[in-house]
Design a protein around this ligand. Structure first.
Ligand code: CA
Length: 439
């Protein structure tokens, strides 16, 4: 697990003034990675690191020759159009690059002028997927989400008996994962309304979002080998935001017996910025399991996991309808929760995924599953917030939503904050539902 070091010092300030305002997601203690270029240009995409409202262009930084050794090699790997090569280098590489960047960006840096020539304003940038995602696996790690959903289908027996023993997941589809700003037509599929005798092909009527975190795999493991629980986080490059858009009515008809299929794979949106586990180190928490619950099997448990295996990350979901956009009213928050409520941790997902010898590869993406917290307002999907559509949400302008309407945008945000550490954030993850294509 990552120890605190000089890059986490809350007193550190950058010569980039916007990094020091206390409310930015990107102070000098964060330094998350993305892939970007100037918006509307035909420049190649390349790696970048956020500082305040700027991006350090890692291709320019590589050419400036300010780095040496491991940091230089990491920076060179990040000049590619995806971060897969940097991820494959392992976390020692991104750690060396982080330390070098932290020193170069501080107040009093000897290379301030050269660094200024490496900046692109975030307001001038467009982003691409940070990695070629070879495989995408989605888990189901919130026991509150699993219980809330289970209750709608099985009121007497909401939580299936395997839940507290095995991290539940399924293999998703990588091709339809896109970067924040994604818009997509409402999916069409087979719907089987209650009481109907046969399904019809129609646009989804129960369009939903899912508030999740995405886990980018760094260095992988060879096929036939396992990643042990105390080694798991060294195989994780970092975390992003993930909206696993879900068509609940398509899902309800198709999901048995093999699980979600076309109800999930039409679009998934991630945030451009990946926050490293090193940046998240001040926000580690104990992993606990209630004494009256089954304790994890030994391969999913360890003293280090118990002492600091979880993360406290504040999560929120905001909605902006087409009418709100027209009225220029601010997006409205419909959920506020924390990643600390997850039943299974990042390490447990990585270790469980490889326990049978399955190989993870650099740039693979694992979804946490919907991160609902224990109370009703902490639910990370409309199907829970509206109790299956029965209790629509009323928005400040008088509109109401049981599920999403055409033109609705959903934005996910996340940040970490506590006394004695710098506040860091994840930026935003936004996507918009468009009308269905004509049948
Ligand atoms: Ca999901």
């Amino acid at each position: 697990m990552t120890a605190l070091n000089e890059t986490h010092a809350p007193t550190l300030k950058s010569f980039v003034v916007s990094a020091n305002d206390g409310i930015t997601d990107f102070p000098i203690q964060n330094l998350p990675f993305a892939v970007f270029r100037r918006a509307g240009s035909d420049e190649p995409f390349r790696g970048g690191v956020a500082i305040g409202d700027q991006i350090v262009d890692l291709a320019r930084l590589h050419r400036a020759r300010l780095l040496s050794d491991v940091a230089a090699a990491a920076c060179e790997a990040a000049t590619a159009t995806t971060l897969n090569a940097l991820m494959a280098h392992g976390n020692a590489a991104s750690t060396a690059l982080r330390l070098a960047l932290s020193r170069l960006l501080r107040v009093g840096s000897a290379h301030q002028a050269e660094m200024l020539s490496c900046f692109v304003a975030q307001s001038d940038a467009e982003y691409a997927l940070p990695a070629h995602i070879g495989d995408y696996t989605d888990f189901y790690t919130s026991i509150h989400h699993a219980t809330n959903i289970g209750r709608q289908f099985r009121p007497d027996n909401p939580l299936l008996p395997n839940y507290k023993w095995v991290p539940i997941g399924y293999h998703g589809r990588a091709s339809s994962i896109a970067i924040s700003g994604q818009s997509f037509p409402r999916p069409v599929g087979q719907l089987m309304p209650p009481g109907a005798e046969a399904p019809t092909l129609a646009p989804c009527k129960r369009m939903d979002f899912e508030l999740e975190m995405g886990i980018f795999v760094g260095s992988g493991n060879a096929l036939g080998t396992r990643i042990g629980i105390d080694d798991a986080q060294s195989h994780v490059f970092g975390l992003c935001l993930l909206n696993d858009w879900s068509a609940r009515d398509i899902q309800g008809w198709e999901y048995q017996p093999l699980g979600p299929f076309l109800s999930k794979n039409f679009a998934s949106t991630i945030s451009p910025w990946i926050v490293t586990l090193e940046a998240l180190a001040p926000y580690r928490q104990r992993f606990t399991r209630a004494s009256d619950d089954p304790q994890p099997l030994p391969y999913l448990d360890s003293a280090a996991l118990r002492s600091e295996g979880a993360f406290d990350i504040q999560l929120e979901v905001l909605i902006e309808t087409a009418l709100m956009r027209e009225q220029r009213s601010a997006p409205h928050r419909i959920c506020l929760t924390s990643y600390r409520h997850a039943y299974w941790t990042v390490s447990q997902l990585v270790t469980h995924h490889t326990v049978n010898g399955c190989n993870l590869q650099p740039g693979d993406l694992l979804g946490t599953g919907t991160l609902s917290g224990p109370t009703a307002s902490e639910a990370g999907a409309l199907i829970e917030l509206t109790q299956g559509g029965k209790l629509p949400i009323t928005l400040p302008n008088g509109e109401s939503r049981a599920f999403l309407a055409d033109g609705d945008s959903i934005t996910l945000r996340a940040h970490c904050e506590k006394s004695g550490a710098a506040r860091i954030g994840f930026g935003t993850c936004t996507g918009t539902v468009l009308p269905a294509l004509p049948l």
